[in-house]
Design a protein around this ligand. Sequence first.
Ligand code: G3H
Length: 546
Amino acid sequence: MVETKLSFEELLHEKFVTADAIPEKFALPGEINQREYLSNGEMKQWNGTVHPVYSPICVNTPEGLQRKLIGSYPICTEAEAAEALDAAVKAYDNGRGEWPTMNVAQRIACVAKFTAKMLEQKDIVVKLIMWEIGKSYADSVKEFDRTVEYINATIDALKGIDREASRFEGEQGIVAQVRRSPLGVVLCMGPFNYPLNETFTTLIPAIIMGNTLLFKPPKHGTLLHYPLLQAFQECFPKGVVNTIYGRGNTIVPGLMQSGKIDVLTLIGSSRVANELKKLHPKVNRLRAILGLDAKNAAIITPKADLKQAVQETVLGSLSFNGQRCTALKIIFVHRSIAHAFSKQLSEEVNKLKIGMPWEPGVALTPLPEPGKPAYLKDIIDDAVAHGAKVVNENGGVTVESLVFPAVLYPVNDQMKVYREEQFGPVIPVVPYDDLETPIQYLIDSTHGQQVSIFSYDKNEVASLIDPLMNQVSRVNINCQCQRGPDVFPFTGRKDSAEGTLSVVDALRSFSIRSLVATKLNDANTQLFNDIVSENLCNSLSRKYIF
Ligand code: G3H
């Protein structure tokens, strides 16, 4: 009998299993049909239109591959968004509300209580990350754990800031106590690629500093927040955390136009951030803390350890299928080694396991954005039309949401992929003759997040660090670009970011230094001492948090 070998497409097709072959350990308990949302301290019922949530994970059915329906969530209107805004404004109450005037120790206690309740929901939240955005189970667990670590580190950092602030400073006959105060009402929107972690790296610092919040979950990655709503309700005073659901372009513009949003924090596209900022009537009142687009480059010189450069490029460009803002999205390689590099890179890419998120060791998984496979095909076709080749076997082969990575070589400035942020499994390799080429690329780029330099020549590395430090905000030497460790500053230049995030920087970003000052004389000293010793005030206090 002649065995017919399956084509790569057929192999990819087989990765999607039938419904009854989904391992029980990773299955959801059933469809999750969310019909409530948290606003003004209440879980409000929603009887209107809903958005069906289809997983990027398809099931193999007699009718072919079908994205699995995992649940639905409310599509609320401008009216519910306006109610949530009113609740946040009322809870802030011009800085006189219970939450913004609560002392730091009490606010920390609320966040710690929330964290304990969040941990109780770990199993379902992790599964929803996996089912909603196709992230591998292992990485979904990591995302949850990293978020809890971030919250705990934030609590510790705030204790440190508050301890420092418990002293008085004297200068030129004036004595003052300098503290950090909240900014007001924060509109918080997170991205689909780290729907829990990146959302919470802005949401938690925003609330712990005493602000009140309107929170819109990302379009892909909404349901995973549902199991946490009750914890928000139980741990914070009413109106401090309000959720808004619905089409962003319907419900968000009105919020901005109201002029009642004090801080916009968004991890997403610079286009959306620009449009929203322009809608606010009081430009000087609005603060923005933004993590936006990036097109991080790797620069690989003949003095690099080629094997290491290949390994880091694979990690940097393909972790979570390249759907990271910090991913390496363009690889400049010196022409003398470009061919060898592309060959080794192709070999390593082709060793990666593609499959369902629950498979052990899986590296490449289904893509959540329904239009993404077609977009990736378009940029691959465009590169090929302009002279590049897909150099790895099966590169770009697509079945439904599974796209096998394409290594494109040689890429030039005529191709879309040279400038566009692909945010997916496509690796463009550009040969260069002179280091000025990648330096000029970064100068001309509208982005300025990070860069990776691969070389072990001390003079060469040193000569690149200085010009590149002024183009981007992090220069990585012989390693991929990344956000972590989370205590390091995470920001970018140009269209890549506004403000700085990190455990400590985020606390600063969501607050303003305010001080109580007086002329140093006996009467004022007596007055301050009385207020402090009798604990009459939260802002003028020597209370020390351990
Ligand atoms: O999408 C951007 C994330 O901040 C990247 O974080 O570099 O730790 O994966 P990461």
